[in-house]
Design a binder for this molecule. Sequence first.
Ligand code: DC
Length: 218
Amino acid sequence: MAFVIAVDGPAASGKGTIATRLGAMFGLPVLDTGLLYRGVGVLTERAGADPDDPRAAGAIAATLTAGQLDDPALRTRAAGELASRVAIHHPVRAALLDFQHTFAGQPGGAVLDGRDIGTVICPQAPAKLYVTATPEVRAERRWKQLKGQGEDVGYDDVLADIRKRDARDGARDAAPMVAAPDAQLLDTTEMTIEQAADAARRIVEAARARWEGSQETT
Ligand code: DC
């Protein structure tokens, strides 16, 4: 397979920033797969359908296009909650598979970040990271981000959101959030973004060297 970097982890762990940095460092396109679920959640609600109805949300997922992912409404707190709700449905996850596989299959490789990239979407990815941080630190990062976007929200509410989403994303039976057995754990609790990006680069460089070695022998 092409050189795919799978970056998984819980909400606001830093995985999105790390994925973007890795894309720039290694010259690879980046897909934030959370946007797909955010898109399905927001579009389902806009259509007046029920996000908790697997068939309704699955039908919307089947119509999702790349052009719909730029909408700033997908970055809100409400969109994150809707995303986590529609993400438990098997038909939603099935409808989004092709898009993710096509992105991952680009000849030069790709970076994908999400919850199930290293376990379900690209289990053969040559480089896998599972990025974590304590719920409190993640809540603080997400709270600052939301405030920066102009959302009027308190830290305690953001922490409660994070805990609820961790529980829902980790407990669902469809592709639950879990580290792949062969993923490298990266705990960013005590790290600046520069330190986290640097640690991620070292992990990926080592994986790339192994991958290049395996390409020569096949
Ligand atoms: O990464 P994020 O916060 O944008 O993700 C929003 C929600 O989407 C998350 O709570 C669970 C879901 N999601 C998922 O189930 N699988 C993915 N690969 C990415 C996101």
